[in-house]
Design a protein around this ligand. Structure first.
Ligand SMILES: [Ca+2]
Ligand SMILES: [Ca+2]
Ligand SMILES: [Ca+2]
Ligand SMILES: [Ca+2]
Length: 464
């Protein structure tokens, strides 16, 4: 578990009345964050194989003449005219835009066919058909309150605008595929939380509650995942930690309720390895990873494991398992840890494993500053994500904010899930490489991680 002790204390104190804790002693004062720390915004993103072409009147004359030759004086239909225009430049017209402009397909704006069309005198202008994103504001309650700074930081309350993962912009491109599965290896997940219930994975080959292992994978009634703590079917959360992580990844958006996850259409597979006190062991975590790999091999589209936990030393068998997960295309997102340590000199596991599918995530606050508790490491920690004052799902259908690299890792899991929804053929190493290279640089994080910046779902998707 990579949740701060102080937070835990605050949680216990607030338990009776469920008062959200909102003070963050380690946060920078208003205005203390970086000003304009990012580079490369607004990168235009042309749709592949499409262009907007404006035809000259000469093209219309030629097209009409061709049609007349073929069909006589009968007035051609609009569709016939568009097709003929496309034929003149050797392409397909998919739709009229306005006046003499059309979207053409099966080309790019640099294609020689289009250039020859321009040369032939048929085309006066060729421009990219850029992707545009819906900037619709989600209806989710805590978003409306302006509390989900990790998704979209508007600079309210003195925070630093755009220190966020650009989720709203990303959702115009992808909200994730409903068959993509993220395994959350944690305390379980509150299975009937209204903001999560629709996004819990269901094992299609297993009949629940019949005391049989219908899909013969060695686990009886593993319908929603599995509880490796009790060797029992139901991975229901007895603490809150896994529920909180699951919400950051895939809580339902735009349902007028609670929060929204980074990848609000993907599925969560809860694998319970930590008990009600947040404690477990490496063997339990390894069993859960084994389960995830086997599920992937049996055809479940499981591409990401979120591991907001850690402890102990290097275990060779654990690393072997991670390499096997890498071979079947699973990204393993690990929290960097909350000891304020340098992971370069004081390694922590699983974050420090060197399997190419492991990405280690540090926590930053809404000012773009490394959280005081967050581990770091110029060589061993990859990137940063929001991890202070993160509102997400809690037990009993509630919501609460928590701090921790535990909260940062799920943001990265969500981004990876969006990417793999759009480009299923990416390898874990490619996913991680894009997440790192497309992150938004923050000068204050230099030296603290390999890619000193905050992950951006929008920029990662644009980089695909
Ligand atoms: Ca943003
Ligand atoms: Ca089974
Ligand atoms: Ca069964
Ligand atoms: Ca919601």
């Amino acid at each position: 578990m990579r949740l701060r002790n102080r937070t835990l204390l605050a949680f216990l104190l607030s338990c009776a009345a469920l008062i959200p804790h909102t003070t963050h002693a380690d946060s920078a004062p208003p205005g203390g964050g970086p000003e304009g720390p990012f580079t490369g915004f607004g990168t235009p993103f042309p749709k592949k194989g499409e262009a907007i072409v404006r035809f000259k009147q000469a093209a219309f004359r030629k097209a009409n003449a061709n049609l007349k030759q073929r069909f006589g004086n009968r007035t051609p239909s609009k569709n016939a005219l568009w097709r003929e225009l496309a034929t003149l430049i050797g392409m397909r017209i998919s739709q009229p835009v306005s006046g003499s402009s059309f979207v053409v397909k099966g080309t790019s704006i640099n294609s020689s066919r289009l250039r020859s069309g321009v040369l032939k005198g048929f085309v006066s202008r060729v421009e990219p058909n850029y992707k545009v994103n819906a900037f619709a504001e989600p209806s989710d309650f805590f978003y409306r309150l302006g509390l989900l700074w990790g998704l979209n930081n508007t600079g309210a309350n003195g925070s630093s605008k755009n220190v966020d993962v650009d989720a709203i912009e990303a959702w115009g491109m992808s909200q994730g595929s409903s068959d993509l599965v993220v395994a959350v290896i944690d305390t379980g997940v509150s299975l009937n939380h209204p903001d999560l219930v629709d996004n819990i994975w269901r094992n299609p080959q297993e009949i629940p509650n019949n005391n049989l292992d219908d899909d013969k994978n060695g686990f009886i009634d593993d319908f929603f995942g599995y509880d490796f703590v009790n060797n029992a079917p139901s991975p229901n959360d007895q603490m809150f930690h896994g529920t909180h992580c699951a919400g950051i990844i895939a809580a339902k958006n735009n349902n007028n309720r609670g929060i929204a996850g980074v990848a609000p259409n993907v599925k969560i597979m809860p694998l319970r390895v930590l008990n009600a006190r947040g404690e477990g062991d490496v063997a339990g975590v390894m069993k859960a990873i084994r389960y995830a790999i086997d599920a992937r091999k049996r055809g479940v589209n499981l591409r990401v494991i979120n591991a907001s936990l850690g402890g102990g030393d290097r275990v060779a068998g654990f690393e072997e398992l991670l390499r096997e997960a890498n071979q079947v295309g699973i990204v393993f997102v690990a929290a960097a840890g909350n000891e304020s340590n340098d992971n370069d000199t004081k390694p922590t596991y699983p974050a420090n494993f060197e399997s190419p599918n492991v990405i280690s995530v540090a926590a930053i606050d809404k000012f773009g500053q490394l959280a005081s508790f967050s581990n770091f490491g110029e060589r061993s920690v990859d990137v940063a994500a929001p991890g202070v004052g993160i509102w997400s799902t809690f037990l009993f259908g509630f919501y609460l904010p928590f701090d921790g690299t535990s909260m940062a890792a799920p943001f990265v899991s969500g981004v990876a899930a969006l990417m793999l929804s759009e480009r299923p053929n990416l390898t874990p190493a490619q996913v991680i490489s894009i997440i790192k290279s497309s992150s938004k640089r923050i000068s204050g994080l230099e030296g603290a991680m390999v890619s000193p910046g905050i992950v951006s779902a929008e920029r990662a998707l644009r980089s695909l």
